[in-house]
Design a protein around this ligand. Structure first.
Ligand SMILES: C[S@@+](CC[C@H](N)C(=O)[O-])C[C@H]1O[C@@H](n2cnc3c(N)ncnc32)[C@H](O)[C@@H]1O
Length: 285
């Protein structure tokens, strides 16, 4: 998830949503500039220019065949997965809050000679011009954690789907956001969350050593129950809810680590905790 250093979160209930959104836009503008140069497992520009697909294992499994589909990539960041989905034959629109991320995404799509449309918008208030246009809304790895109200986000995303269209949400498990350390075990966050929270992170998940010159961003903890209930309330029918105790990424910015077999797990003693989850839900006809 976006815990570029699993450290304690401080509740900032005095901050209203628009102040939080503004802080987050500034934060993501700064981080997007860093991620354009980050390289590594997340944002390897030479590899994507060379044709490499960037969806990770659980994203790949849930998305399936997208050939010929209209796909909305929610919180698309600097466009890596948007480009990968377009290369698989989808017509892709990426949306994000950060104009700097979108500038980077447009430039990268152009360099990849892959057509993608990018739109600047708050994912919780997606514009009417995007409504009822998509077969698939794809959102992954560090998305719902940034929105104050999971139901408002779900309604906004669901409105963009055609009847029968699917939401694929692959996200870090909320248990991970509680944990500051696994050895020794230390949970400084609350599972149920309680208001907007700031985490004085250092670095980012894709560039742990970076110095981010921006306001501290504001995040929100949503339980798995809150997320699934939000989807149902927004008129989406859950088709699959899977919790993953291992993944191919996720060892930066979380308390999880990569083990000898190359898989990332968050172990407490011997047992592996849930690291990510996949929710697939369909808009009713
Ligand atoms: C961790 S990144 C998503 C990573 C993405 N899965 C990828 O592959 O690069 C989170 C993105 O969410 C965006 N974001 C945060 N809050 C948002 C909001 N309210 N509306 C739209 N985008 C938002 C940020 O600008 C950032 O680009």
């Amino acid at each position: 998830m976006l815990l570029p250093g699993a450290v304690q979160c401080f509740i900032v209930s005095f901050m209203n949503k628009s102040q939080a959104l503004s802080a987050n836009r500034s934060y993501w503008n700064a981080v997007s500039e860093l991620h354009e140069k980050a390289g590594g497992v997340y944002y390897n520009i030479p590899a994507i220019l060379d044709g490499r697909d960037t969806l990770f294992q659980h994203e790949n499994a849930a998305v399936g065949d997208v050939e010929g589909l209209d796909v909305l990539h929610v919180q698309c960041h600097i466009g890596f997965d948007s480009i990968s989905l377009a290369r698989r034959g989808a017509r892709v629109t990426g949306v994000d809050l950060s104009p700097v991320a979108l500038r980077a995404a447009r430039q990268l799509a152009e360099r990849c000679t892959t057509p993608v449309t990018f739109v600047e918008a708050d994912a919780s208030e997606l514009p009417a011009s995007l409504h009822s246009r998509f077969d698939l809304a794809f959102a992954a790895l560090g998305v719902i954690y940034w929105v104050p109200d999971a139901e408002v986000w779900m309604r906004s995303v669901a409105a963009c789907l055609r009847p029968g269209g699917r939401l694929v949400l692959v996200e870090y498990h909320p248990v991970m956001a509680m944990l500051t350390s696994l050895d020794p075990p230390l949970a400084t966050g609350s599972y149920a969350g309680s208001g907007p929270c700031v985490v004085p992170w250092q670095g980012t998940y894709a560039d742990p050593g970076a110095r981010v010159e921006a306001p501290t961003p504001v995040t929100y903890q949503h339980t798995l129950g809150t997320v699934v209930t939000a989807a149902v309330s927004a008129g989406l029918r859950p088709r699959l809810l899977e919790e993953h105790t291992e993944a191919d990424v996720g060892d930066t910015g979380t308390a999880a680590s990569r083990e000898g077999d190359g898989r990332v797990r968050a172990r407490l003693g011997g047992g592996a905790l849930p690291l990510m989850f996949t929710l697939v839900a369909e808009r009713a006809g």
